[in-house]
Design a protein around this ligand. Structure first.
Ligand SMILES: Nc1ncnc2c1ncn2[C@@H]1O[C@H](COP(=O)(O)OP(=O)(O)O)[C@@H](O)[C@H]1O
Ligand SMILES: [Mg+2]
Length: 442
């Protein structure tokens, strides 16, 4: 049993909380209504008892307590208030002197009338007792309370049903997401949520989940291709080394000395592994060394000088287009060297002897633009979207030295500096790589 199984189901919880909230609200509202109604009635009854008692007590004082004279006042009061009132004049010893109405006493007209009684002491020790029948009002109040309870039960039932309906839809949407997650966990990478789009929030969750899965699946695919490519690229030099070692062990003759071969092949492998590490590091922006101010004009001039012998060797003309004044930006010299070096290496590699290589620098919108151009073989339009992928090389380039990591590294380094790279190429006519590097505000 997992820890999730011990938790109460969400649907039951939502219904229980809705019912409890509804019941609490009813108890508060209903209690308030009954309390207010009762206190209004209570004040009303007290006012009626006052209205009856006060004039009768005044009359008793005026006529000196004569029961015969009081009976007129009693009759008049009863004539006004009807059968809902009874009056009793009692002697100081409690014995009845005068009675009117039949609410209390021996001939009470109802079996269990609900009564409010007010006793008023009179002059000479006598007492006046006024009895008011309030059973009608109480019955109405009880009926209203009964209707309220009925309505409450109905509302509770409807509220519970609609809360359950809502909760079921909500839980079904969540269930879809957790089902898809469970399928992915068990290795079914293509599993996705079937969108229910119950609400905006659910739709956002479903879309976010599916987008995340798409991205994960793509990344996994890329990772697998990358691993395959790495394995493939390492296998060739390793196989060559092993074959040479076996041949040497058997005393066979090698085309070149074994140490030279080992140095050559391991250098290639090291280069491949180091470039891969550099790409990852640039992608994660792990290297936190602060940039230093670099004069790009001087830097490109130095680079051109460095390449002059190779260019001459290949009878390539260098077209250098630099600004007249120094152009200083905060940057990392080693990264600039790798960016420009890789682009120049490609330009030279893919341009036939006698061609032209261009190197240009100019200030651009909030930064600088650096261009490396050539008049070489160019890149087919269908290939352009792939050139920055690790290990990608055009079919026509496979016979030339390289491992297909140069442009991937250039792009990662440019991006890590907050810049962009673009490529413009026409097969047979040449290629131009443009790099924009922003100058961060001081
Ligand atoms: N200047 C260029 N002219 C023609 N093709 C190029 C140029 N630069 C890059 N490419 C194409 O892009 C591919 C990837 O370049 P890169 O990552 O530097 O790998 P590599 O140089 O090791 O082949 C190259 O193999 C080539 O097909
Ligand atoms: Mg290259």
């Amino acid at each position: 049993m997992s820890s999730a199984d011990r938790l109460p189901p969400l649907r039951r919880r939502i219904v229980a909380v809705s019912l409890a909230a509804g019941a609490l609200l009813f108890l508060l509202a209903g209690g308030l209504v009954v309390f207010l109604s009762w206190s209004i009635l209570w004040e009303d009854w007290n006012a009626v008892l006052d209205d009856i008692s006060a004039p009768l007590a005044a009359a008793h004082a005026r006529i000196g307590g004569d029961p015969a004279a009081m009976s007129d006042a009693f009759r008049e009061t009863l004539g006004f208030y009807g059968a809902d009132v009874s009056l009793l004049l009692a002697a100081p010893d409690g014995s009845p002197l005068l009675r009117a109405g039949d609410l209390d006493g021996p001939s009470a007209r109802r079996t269990r009338p609900v009564l409010r009684i007010r006793e008023t002491p009179l002059e000479g020790g006598a007492r006046l007792r006024v009895t008011l029948d309030v059973s009608d009002e109480r019955r109405i109040l009880v009926r209203v309370a009964g209707i309220m309870v009925g309505a409450f039960l109905l509302a509770l039932l409807l509220g519970g049903l609609s809360a359950d309906w809502l909760a079921r839809r909500f839980v079904r949407s969540l269930g879809n997401v957790s089902d898809a997650a469970a399928r992915i966990r068990s290795g079914e990478w293509s599993a996705r949520v079937v969108p229910t789009r119950e609400s905006r929030e659910i739709a956002l969750l479903e879309d976010a989940f599916n987008t995340m899965c798409d991205r994960n699946e793509r990344t996994l695919g890329e990772l697998k291709t990358l691993t395959d490519d790495i394995a493939h690229d390492l296998r060739t030099p390793l196989t060559r080394l092993r074959a040479a070692a076996e041949l040497s062990a058997m005393g066979g003759a090698l085309p070149e000395p074994l140490p030279d071969l080992v140095c050559e092949q391991t250098a290639d492998m090291l280069d491949l592994v180091n470039t891969l590490l550099d790409i990852s590091r640039a992608g994660c922006r792990l290297d936190g060394t602060p940039p230093e101010p670099i004069d790009l004009r001087a830097f490109l001039q130095e680079t051109a000088d460095l390449y002059s012998a190779l260019l001459e060797d290949r009878r390539l003309r260098l077209d250098l287009d630099l600004p007249s004044a120094p152009l200083r930006i905060p940057a990392h010299r080693d990264r600039l060297q790798r960016i420009v070096g890789n682009l120049l290496d490609n330009a030279i590699k893919f341009t036939p002897d006698g061609g032209t290589i261009g190197l240009a620098l100019a200030p651009a919108d909030g930064g600088v633009r650096l261009e490396v151009a050539d008049t070489g073989r160019g890149i087919a339009p269908a290939d352009l979207p792939h050139i920055y992928r690790r290990f990608w090389r055009a079919d026509t380039s496979r016979t030339l030295p390289g491992n297909g990591l140069g442009l991937a590294l250039v792009q990662a380094l440019v991006r890590s500096a907050g810049g962009t790279i673009d490529c413009d190429s026409a097969p047979g006519r040449g290629t131009r790589f443009g790099i924009y590097l922003p100058v961060p505000p001081p």
